[in-house]
Design a protein around this ligand. Structure first.
Ligand code: ATP
Length: 324
């Protein structure tokens, strides 16, 4: 795999505040990479530095091996898609899509051919003659994406592009975006604070906290092998268990339940049970009173536990993941 973007020891200061202390990250050609982290951790700042809207205070950003720190955004062979779409209101869908090509002096014939292709890919062919205000939020976002891929950039940068949309539409557009990325083969760098969105779309996820990349890996690696306490608690739910000097994470779905008399089981009392559709979420207080565990139980089981039940619970040693 070839790296398309290399971020080397990049720092970013605003006034005398350090927003990004020192960050290195390699982005591979053709991958869907998501930068995931809580609000204010520096995701947008990092994306804006890649795009060229902000300059690193120190370090280097490379595209195809060449340092681009001082290169103007429009010379970078990348496009950026924003949450607020930023479409031209007086132009039709097709004119919005063709605008950038027209400005670059691309021939009418080629403009038409390329627009036709992306209209089809983004399912906008039928809506080509509408103005943005005659479109739904999801359709407007599709136009913004179509406009950003029509000149076939090497990299597409997306800053919370689905943030303004409702849950169901977000889910649909997530699948569409992922398919579009696969079909086009363009490298996508996607910023979100939504861990489920990151997990479902990405080839790799960079989990950020306080201006640092805490972990970079596939969704499975990030979920099953979190390296830090932050990653273990930010991605899905985890039990953080202190065992002497050792701290380990344990996924709720890894906890088995049974009778307190079963061999090898710990004893606990059920403090609460929540119905969550496909599973019950149980809060189990260990007999010693020290640890509160979360366990999931599929709801299709005949019987489930009730508050104050005394139960046995346990897990396999290999499901413990050391965290620091
Ligand atoms: P969100 O998910 O809320 O958009 P984020 O992870 O994208 O957050 P950034 O927008 O990168 O975070 O901001 C990181 C920090 O840098 C914040 O504390 C923010 O206030 C600060 N910051 C961003 N831009 C500037 C600026 N131009 N001047 C001063 N501080 C800034």
């Amino acid at each position: 795999m070839k790296n398309i973007i290399t971020i080397e020891n990049v720092e970013k200061h605003f006034a005398n505040q350090v927003i990004i202390p020192s960050l290195s990250l390699d982005i591979q050609e053709g991958e869907f990479l998501t930068i995931l982290g809580p609000s204010g951790c520096g995701k947008t700042t990092l994306l804006r530095m890649i795009a060229g809207f902000e300059k690193p205070s120190k370090g280097a950003i490379k595209l195809d091996g060449k340092v681009i720190n001082d290169l103007e955004p429009y010379k970078r062979d990348m496009n950026m898609v924003f949450q607020n779409y930023a479409l031209f209101p007086h132009m039709t869908v097709e004119e919005n899509i063709r605008f950038g090509l027209k400005m670059k002096g691309v021939s009418n014939k080629e403009q038409k051919e390329r627009a036709e292709e992306v209209l089809h890919l983004t399912q906008l062919t039928e809506l080509r003659s509408r103005k943005p205000k005659q479109l739904s939020g999801g359709q407007q976002q599709r136009v913004a994406i179509a406009r950003a891929v029509v000149n076939n950039p090497k990299v597409l940068l997306l800053d919370e592009p689905l943030g303004a949309l409702d849950f169901k539409l977000r889910k649909d557009l997530q699948r569409e975006l992922k398919n579009l990325q696969r079909n086009l083969g363009i490298t996508f760098v996607y910023v979100t604070h939504d861990q489920e969105e990151a997990m479902s779309m990405s080839d790799r996820v960079a989990v950020m906290n306080n201006g640092k990349v805490e972990q970079l890996g596939t969704p499975e690696e990030i979920y099953y092998k979190p390296k830090s306490l932050f990653v273990a608690t930010f991605i899905g739910e985890n039990n953080i268990v202190k065992d002497g000097e050792r701290l380990f994470a344990l996924r709720p779905e890894k906890i088995r339940t049974g009778s307190p008399s079963d061999t090898g089981m710990r004893t606990g009392v059920v403090e609460d049970v929540e119905f969550l559709g496909n599973h019950h979420k149980m809060y189990i207080r260990e007999e010693s009173g020290e640890n509160l565990f979360i366990a999931y139980q599929p709801t299709d089981k005949d019987a489930h536990y009730k508050v104050n039940d005394i139960i046995g619970f346990g897990w396999n040693k290999e499901d413990e993941v050391d965290v620091t």
